[in-house]
Design a protein around this ligand. Sequence first.
Ligand code: ADP
Ligand code: MG
Length: 383
Amino acid sequence: MAPDAILPPATLGLLGGGQLGRFFALAAAEMGYRVWVLDPDPGSPAGRIAERHLCAPYDNQDALEELAAGCRAVTTEFENVPAQSLRHLSRHALVRPGAAAVAVCQDRIAEKEFLTTHGFPVGPYVSVRRAADLEAAAALPFPGIMKRARLGYDGKGQVPVGSAAEAVAAWQALGEVDCVLEARLPLELEMSVVLARGADGTTTVYPAVENAHRDGILDMSIAPGRAPAAVAAEAARLAAGIAGALGYEGTLAVEFFLGAGRLLVNELAPRPHNSGHWTLDACPASQYEQQVRALCGLPLAPAEPWGCAVMVNLLGDLWRDGHEPAWTQLLSVPGLKLHLYGKSQPRPGRKMGHYTVVGRELPGVLEAARAARARIGIAGTPP
Ligand code: ADP
Ligand code: MG
């Protein structure tokens, strides 16, 4: 343990109060820490359970001062916190991950440039800051996707484009903000790797997970994923390399595409990740507990899972005509763990909760997770 480890009952600060923050707050509370949350939403999932909820925008100077004065260390659950706020906080409190790493991950242009500069594989893309940049689009294979460089999530801020000519219209439709134009890749598989890295460089990497999306939103994660062992090992190696190159401190997620046998980095998240929820129920320490440990300078826990896990997101679409889904039906599935985030407004596409089925063998776990989908009325064929 580092000599300057922050021990309970110290107060920890959290920027962002979504479900990822709620699980961080729960993990921290379990370990005897107190948590203060900064989030402008009065009903934020983490704010509801934190010792204190500072309800203010992320760049509110008074709230940032208060957080810095009251907390020994501050972390984030949300990559869109202004890097400037992190820089400001770091003058008074320990901030992990640091502003520089978050700044890279919150801007797709900076992220792609960082990855290519350090030799990590990414798909064909063009950075678009001004109209003239779109001339380079002629060299891209089409179809493509125009993505906002900042503030996108769950497929939002993305426009499919069929040709270089359409790319111009797509950029205009997005308000001529900074964008990256990516070639749409034929995907065999989507994968992610979640890891934790301590300030001393120690890194523990969870097994690579296989992810299935619907309408740009994560639907289901299978852990460990079914990619060949060599591919999973390569993903873990790349993710650890990225964390090292970023000088990263905390929990980091790396999303990968596997296409034509090649592993490419899709994007980075400087925080725990939806595809790492399964670690809550299938590992000695979750990605959130690792975030607490890394933040406080404590030893990281081993990342080997007890078994296999399948996680399924529960979106607001399941609340039909205002009716709660059939929770009792779901809870009668053996090995199933239900997590709800305490959000009061179920909107279509909004992540309201998830469940994880845990067991020894993947085929049985997958079958139970699929049966549970049917019980609760998730439409469509599961992956
Ligand atoms: P975010 O997760 O921030 O919404 P992503 O860039 O990860 O944005 O895109 C969301 C999903 O859209 C991906 O997980 C993938 O399913 C699909 N997608 C994104 N970019 C590409 C691409 N270049 N080729 C194929 N599919 C893509
Ligand atoms: Mg993504």
